[in-house]
Design a protein around this ligand. Structure first.
Ligand code: KG4
Ligand code: ZN
Length: 347
C-alpha cells in the first residue's frame, strides 16, 4: 500500500488530501479544502490574490490533511501536485511546496494534470466508475468530452470552441444579477422557471449531424450567452422573468451536454458515463444524463459536490495511478497555464 499526499492550488481552492491504496482499491484518508472567499467581492478570481492566499494557507492545509489522515509526514510515500493547467502563480505555490517537501523527505514527487484529476474523482466514490467509459468534464475553465479506453489513454472527442460550460453559467448568473460563482444560483433559480416562456437554440445540435462532421462532438456556448443577454435587455420586468430565462438557458445547455455525451457513448459502445468538474454538481444535469443513458443500458457516475469541484483527493488519485506506472517528476518540474491532458490518442 502506498500513502500519497495530494496538493491542489490551480485556482481559488487550497487543498490537500491523503490517499492510501493500490490500483483501483484506494481509500481516501483525508481531504481538506480551503476556499478563498475574497474573489466573490470582485466577481471573479483575481490571480495575484489567489497566489497570496495559497501562500498563507498551504502549510496549515497540508498539516491538517496529514493529521486528519491519522498519519505523519514521515509515513507519506509520495507527493502528487497539480502543475497544469491553471493560474501559473497559484500553481507555483503548491508545486514548489510539494517539490520541497518531497526533496526534504527523499520521496518521489509527481506533477498531475488538473483535468486528469477531475477524470479520477468519481472513481474515489464509485467502484464501477473505471474505464472503459465516456467522460464529460465540465468546469469553470474547461469542457471536455473524452473516450476513456483505459486509465492514461484518452481520446479527445470534443471541447468547447469558446466559453466553458461553467463559464457560461457564471456569465449568465452575472447577467441575472446573481452572486459569483453563479452556477448553483442559476440552477436554483431555474427550478421555478417556466420552460416554455423562452426558447434558446441548441448550439451545434443538428439532428442530422454525422460523426464525420467537424462539430459532431464540439461545444459552443457564447451564442447561448448572447441569447440570454438579448432576453435580459428585452425584458420589461426582469425580476419576474429571470427564473424563466435561467430555465431556458439551463435546458439548452444541458440538452447539448447530454446529447453530445450520448453521441460519444453510443459511437464507442460504452456502458458507463463519468461526469466531473464543478458543473457536475448540477443535479438537473445529472438527472437529465441518467434519463437519457439508463434506458439505453448505460450507467452514469457523478462525484459528490466536494469531489466534483476542485480538490486534492482527485489529484492524489490520478498521481497514484501514474506513480504505479513508474512515472516520476524531476525537481525541474514546472507550472503551465495550459497543457493538453497527458495520454491523448489520436482518432
Ligand atoms: O471544477 P471547478 O470547481 O473549478 C474549475 O476547475 O473551474 O468548477 C467551478 C465551476 C464554476 O463555473 C461554477 O459556477 C460551476 O462549476 N458550478 C455549477 C454548479 N456548481 C458549481 N454550475 C452549474 N450548476 C451547479 N450546481
Ligand atoms: Zn477544476
Amino acid at each position: 500500500m502506498t500513502l500519497v499526499l495530494g496538493i491542489e492550488t490551480s485556482c481559488d481552492e487550497t487543498s490537500a488530501a491523503v490517499l492510501d491504496g493500490a490500483g483501483d482499491d484506494v481509500a481516501q484518508k483525508s481531504l481538506v479544502i480551503l476556499s478563498q472567499d475574497v474573489h466573490r467581492v470582485y466577481g471573479g478570481v483575481v490571480p495575484e490574490l489567489a497566489s497570496r492566499a495559497h501562500l498563507t494557507s498551504i502549510v496549515p492545509v497540508v498539516e491538517r490533511a496529514i493529521e486528519e489522515a491519522g498519519t505523519t509526514l514521515e509515513r507519506i510515500d509520495a507527493v502528487a501536485v497539480t502543475n497544469a493547467p491553471g493560474l501559473v502563480g497559484a500553481l507555483l505555490v503548491g508545486m514548489s511546496f510539494g517539490k520541497a517537501l518531497a526533496f526534504s523527505r527523499g520521496i518521489p514527487v509527481l506533477g498531475v494534470h488538473h483535468m486528469e484529476g477531475h477524470l479520477f474523482a468519481a472513481a474515489l466514490e464509485h467502484r464501477d466508475a473505471v474505464p472503459p467509459f465516456t467522460a464529460l468534464l465540465v468546469s469553470g475553465g474547461h469542457t471536455l468530452l473524452l473516450d476513456v479506453e483505459e486509465w492514461g489513454r484518452y481520446r479527445l472527442l470534443g471541447g468547447t470552441r469558446d466559453d466553458a460550460a461553467g463559464e457560461a453559467f457564471d456569465k449568465v448568473a452575472k447577467l441575472l444579477g446573481l452572486p459569483y460563482p453563479g452556477g448553483r444560483y442559476v440552477e436554483e433559480l431555474a427550478r421555478s422557471g417556466d420552460p416554455k416562456r423562452f426558447q434558446f437554440g441548441r448550439p451545434m445540435l443538428r439532428r442530422n449531424a454525422l460523426p464525420t462532421d467537424e462539430d459532431y462532438y464540439a461545444f459552443s456556448f457564447s451564442g447561448l450567452k448572447t441569447a440570454v443577454l438579448h432576453a435580459v435587455r428585452g425584458s420589461k420586468d426582469l425580476e419576474a422573468e429571470k427564473a424563466h430565462i435561467a430555465r431556458a438557458f439551463q435546458d439548452s445547455l444541458i440538452e447539448t451536454l447530454v446529447e453530445k455525451t450520448w453521441r460519444g457513448a453510443s459511437s464507442f459502445g460504452r456502458q458507463r458515463v463519468v461526469l466531473g468538474g464543478g458543473v457536475a454538481c448540477n443535479r438537473t444535469l445529472a438527472a437529465a444524463m441518467r434519463a437519457r443513458m439508463e434506458p439505453e443500458g448505460a450507467n452514469v457516475f457523478t462525484p459528490s459536490p466536494r469531489l466534483a469541484t476542485d480538490n486534492a483527493a482527485m489529484i492524489a488519485r490520478a498521481g497514484m495511478f501514474r506513480l504505479e506506472r513508474g512515472e516520476r517528476s524531476g525537481l525541474d518540474l514546472n507550472a503551465y497555464a495550459s497543457r493538453p491532458i497527458p495520454g491523448l490518442v489520436t482518432a
